[in-house]
Design a protein around this ligand. Structure first.
Ligand SMILES: [Zn+2]
Length: 541
């Protein structure tokens, strides 16, 4: 990690003169214009941003008294803090300049921050472009003659310190925020963007032809780019494609994180995140390629790691390991994809801080499923009591819908939970089907497509599957069984609610286990562990 000192006395003094009239300002950071509330402020030539919002541009800022340390892409900058009202602000221009970024006021109230390119290498069949900040790149091939073109957006060439070059590359400031890099090759290139997790780096490799010849311009000479044929789709490029690049952690709190993926091309629509059995979240981006390896991996308060993984057959997956189960919502606009990671309903805190309703299915005149002299209602009550006892030992406020053999209507059960203002509703049932010994194992149902209920079902089902010794039949929406409205007990609950079908009463193996204390206890404890996982409570051992 590199440490730089950003506060020079003259900078502080020159700003002091204009401190009296701060003006609200916006910031364009490379290719990204984050919203700041409270707003960034222009004072003199400096732009101050609220320290607590530095994460919006991917900076991690820690304030200590009058000083702050800012981590920008692994480099640390120590700077001063200016208090405006009671809020600490940091000097964006000064910090950005200290890490070699280019800044300028694009208008009186829009500060623009650019990555300064300092190295462009074309060696063999690869091109690397390095800058002082992560950038968004658009990489394509053109014909007549064959060239590889990389448009590096949010970047500047500094005439006073031109980038060093290796190999014969040409580059120019194509427009006021794009540097175009051109490498001529002797055959139609097939581009493969590198997924190497280096930061501040755009890299691209290509193949095609028996050799690659580069044109003979002197290194480092800026020339006008060749633009005549770029409108044509490039030969050899998969189509249609969208290039995904920079991962920005635009917001990062315990309750909510926001990852923004900058894309060029048309962002895919109707994306969704899937959580696999190992708890890893995946967002599939068909027809995408990693155009820039910049900021290849990010982490945050609830994110252990997030990075792109190229799919063997084409396309890209965003892979996210979270520190705890979270709701993940994906949306896209024309030039970015947003991954919103939110704390699920009733999560946070500990089991001891929760009120949980445990519902033993059936009861009284309603025996539920039966086999010989065995009744579902007796097994559900036994397991529900074990769940309630385990929760009580953890300090949870437990409400049971019944604790003896009595009839309770379906609609009454969720009402108990709603009246208790409960955090969770857990209904326990035993399954049966039309043919004995044809099915075995555990299901957990959630209501329709409720994301919180689904996540709770995943957490509980995963724990049961670890200890039951029976087939893991997974989670299911209740509309598979009741397409119109789902299950009454889940439909009526105002909190995350699931229904566990523990095992099949008409399967000999399942039934044998149901009749043991150990099996019921294992399942009951697993249900409690599943809730603890959902809450995100740190577990001992
Ligand atoms: Zn039942």
């Amino acid at each position: 990690m590199l440490t730089l000192l950003a506060s020079a006395p003259w900078m502080v003094m020159s700003m002091t003169a204009a401190m009296d009239n701060p003006v609200a300002a916006s910031v364009t950071y490379c290719h990204y214009t984050p919203a700041f509330t409270p707003a960034a402020l222009r004072m003199g030539d400096e732009c101050f941003i609220p320290a607590k919002l530095a994460g919006r541009i991917g900076w991690a800022c820690t304030v200590r008294g009058d000083n702050a340390s800012v981590i920008v892409d692994g480099r640390r900058v120590d700077t001063f803090v200016r208090r405006i009202g009671t809020d600490p602000y940091i000097a964006l221009r000064t910090v950005a300049a200290s890490i070699g970024a280019v800044t300028e006021w694009g208008s009186d109230t829009n500060l623009r921050v650019f990555s300064k390119l300092y190295k462009i290498s074309a060696i063999g069949r690869g091109l690397e472009v390095r800058g002082t900040l992560p950038v968004k790149s658009n990489i394509f091939a053109v014909k007549s003659p064959h060239r590889v073109v990389v448009d590096v957006m949010g970047a500047r060439i500094d005439k006073a310190s031109l980038p060093t070059t290796e190999g014969n590359v040409r580059y120019s400031q194509f427009n006021d925020n794009t540097v175009r890099v051109v490498v001529q090759v002797d055959a139609p290139p097939i581009l493969t963007a590198s997924a190497m997790p280096a930061k501040l780096l755009t890299s691209v490799a290509w193949k095609g032809g028996s050799s690659v010849s580069l044109d003979a311009l002197p290194s480092g000479q800026a020339v006008k780019p060749v633009v005549s044929s770029i409108a044509k789709p490039a030969v050899g490029l998969p189509s249609p494609t969208v290039s995904v690049g920079v991962l920005i952690l635009a917001k990062d709190t315990v309750k909510e994180s926001l990852i923004t993926i900058l894309v060029s091309g048309v962002a895919p629509q109707q994306l969704s995140a899937k959580r696999d059995d190992a708890g890893v979240y995946w967002v599939g981006l068909p027809n995408a390629r990693v155009a820039s390896a910049a900021m290849g991996e990010i982490s945050g308060v609830s994110i252990r790691s997030a990075s792109f993984v190229e799919r063997p057959g084409g396309g890209v997956n965003l892979r996210m390991e979270l520190k705890r189960p979270m709701g993940v919502k994906v949306s896209s606009t024309t030039d970015n994809i947003s991954i919103r990671i939110v704390e699920p309903k009733s999560a946070g805190g500990t089991l001891a801080s929760k009120t949980i309703v445990v519902d033993a299915g059936h009861g009284g005149s309603d025996g539920g499923a039966k086999f010989g002299g065995l009744r579902e209602k007796d097994f559900t009550l036994a397991i529900a009591k074990m769940v309630a006892e385990e929760l009580t030992e953890n300090g949870t406020t437990v409400v049971v819908t019944r604790d003896d053999d009595r009839f309770i209507g379906l609609n009454e059960r969720p009402k108990v939970a709603n009246r208790s203002d409960a955090d969770f509703f857990i209904s326990i049932h035993i399954n049966s089907n039309t043919r004995s010994n044809s099915q075995s194992g555990t299901f957990t149902y959630y209501h329709r497509d409720n994301a919180d209920c689904k996540l709770l079902a995943e957490c509980i089902q995963a724990e049961i599957a670890k200890v039951s010794g029976l087939p893991n039949r997974g989670i299911r929406s209740d509309r598979k069984e009741a397409p119109a409205n789902g299950f009454a007990v889940l439909r009526g609950s105002q909190m995350p609610a699931v229904l566990v079908e523990v095992a099949y009463i008409n399967n000999a193996t399942d039934r044998g286990l149901l009749q043991t204390w150990e099996f019921k206890k294992r399942v009951a404890d697993a249900i409690v562990r599943g809730m603890r996982t959902y809450i995100g409570e740190q577990q001992e051992d």
